[in-house]
Design a protein around this ligand. Structure first.
Ligand SMILES: *Cc1c(COP(=O)(O)O)cnc(C)c1O
Length: 405
């Protein structure tokens, strides 16, 4: 079922909270958009300085505590440019989690590399035994997706990567605002990538950001993103590095335009409040759902302070797919549109649907998890009454459909 079909299914209970509707964009965006429409100044490199995209880059870098930030058209573009900026040889192997969004293996393929999928078990985090087994000498880079904001053990992963001098890219598309031992997620690896697609913490419709402290990586990514001729002079950083790469790298033209930056910039100061609200909502619902014998919300790791805008839980002791689908249908009848990753046809987060990779590898842990893991959007704007109504509907649906087992 697609998200659209799930939304349509809500007709059963029109009082249920709508978890798909977007929030209004902060009022502050309006004047800036009007100004841009009046001047027609939409291209980031037209103005000699202080273009909205350039200002967003500075503000985002400051927020993250990163040296360099590059705004691009999507997180997928940021992931692709990250791999290209690492200058990996053609056919290089890149470790990625087997539980991620199809855009991630796609970016790896697009960059001319070969993804190697690592198991993700019921904790929704990278299985460290499988990671250790697969981190062989021929792995050129590791790309960790903090999928749905669940942070894998970054201490163990960083230690293993550092010991082998393997660069680590963080796909933090869904982790803006998450902390790991007090450190902002996306700043642990060599490169961090973020998304401003509408279902993420900051809604720009589409958009992405790449951050790094490495001036050479920044320079290479900036040029390949489409800073042709001397447009790199409008980026902060070591101008020598840019001059050095001038004309030596292909241009992929994945730039962000000013209107997107105008929509995104006023949301940056709101991130911390959204993160706090998201975490409060998530933890409130999680605590209550965990009282059900059939539902388990994976806990955060001790080092992790999450920034959730969605909630995932495993169905426990549910033997048959039919029973899991009956639970989903009962929830839908109550107006709660949830997805069971592996039971939704063509779900983009189920690795066996990534047919562009060839035959699906054998990943029993990930497969078992996907067949019983439920995915529910939990936007930070939900009210206490919304949360109570969602919780009650899920608990009653579970009791009704799973209790008879
Ligand atoms: C949304 C998402 C992406 C893709 O982001 P886009 O900006 O849509 O390209 C990649 N990885 C994860 C984990 C995501 O949630």
């Amino acid at each position: 079922m697609t998200q659209h079909e799930l939304t349509e299914d809500r007709s059963a209970d029109t009082n249920a909270p709508d978890v798909y509707a977007a929030e209004p964009i902060p009022e502050g965006a309006r004047a800036e958009i009007d100004r841009l429409l009046a001047s027609g100044d939409l291209f980031r490199y037209t103005a000699s300085e202080a273009a909205p995209v350039a200002l967003l880059e500075t503000e985002f870098a400051d927020y993250m505590g990163a040296k360099y930030a590059l705004a691009v058209s999507s997180c997928s573009a940021a992931l692709f440019l990250s791999l290209k900026a690492l200058d990996l040889p053609a056919g290089a192997k890149v470790l990625i989690p087997a539980f991620t969004f199809a855009a991630v293996p796609s970016a790896v393929v697009h960059a001319g590399c070969v993804p190697v999928l690592v198991e993700v078990g019921q904790s929704l985090r990278i299985d460290l035994d499988d990671f250790g087994r697969k981190l062989t000498d021929d792995i050129a880079a590791v790309l960790i997706s903090h999928m749905r904001g669940h942070t894998s053990d970054m201490d163990a992963i960083m230690a293993a990567c550092t010991a082998r001098s393997i660069p680590l890219i963080e796909d933090a598309a869904h982790s803006l605002g998450t902390l790991w031992s007090g450190c902002k997620i996306g700043t642990i690896g060599k490169i961090g990538c973020f998304s401003f697609q509408s279902y993420k913490m900051v809604n720009g419709g589409e958009g992405g950001m790449l951050i790094t402290d490495d001036p050479e990586i920044a320079a290479r990514a900036v040029i390949m993103s489409g800073a042709y001729e001397h447009n790199w002079k409008k980026h902060k950083g070591l101008q020598n590095s840019y001059a050095n790469w001038q004309n030596r790298l292909p241009l992929y033209n994945m730039r962000m335009q000013n209107l997107s930056a105008a929509v995104i910039r006023p949301q940056i100061p709101e991130i911390d409040a959204r993160v706090a609200a998201g975490r409060r909502n998530h933890d409130y619902v999680a605590e209550r759902l965990n009282q059900s014998p059939w539902i388990e919300v994976p806990p955060a790791l001790p080092q992790e302070v999450r920034a959730p805008d969605s909630l995932q839980f495993n169905l426990i002791g549910v033997e048959s797919d039919a029973q899991a689908l009956a639970f989903q249908a009962a929830a839908a009848e109550r107006g709660i549109a949830l997805q069971i990753f592996g039971l939704a046809p063509d779900n983009a987060r189920a690795f066996w649907n990534w047919q562009f990779l060839g035959a699906a590898p054998d990943l029993p842990l990930t497969r078992a998890m996907l067949m019983r893991a439920c995915d529910l959007r939990l936007p930070t704007r939900l009210t206490q009454a919304d949360l109570d109504s969602i919780t009650l509907a899920l608990l009653e649906s579970a009791a009704k459909t799973l209790g008879a087992a």
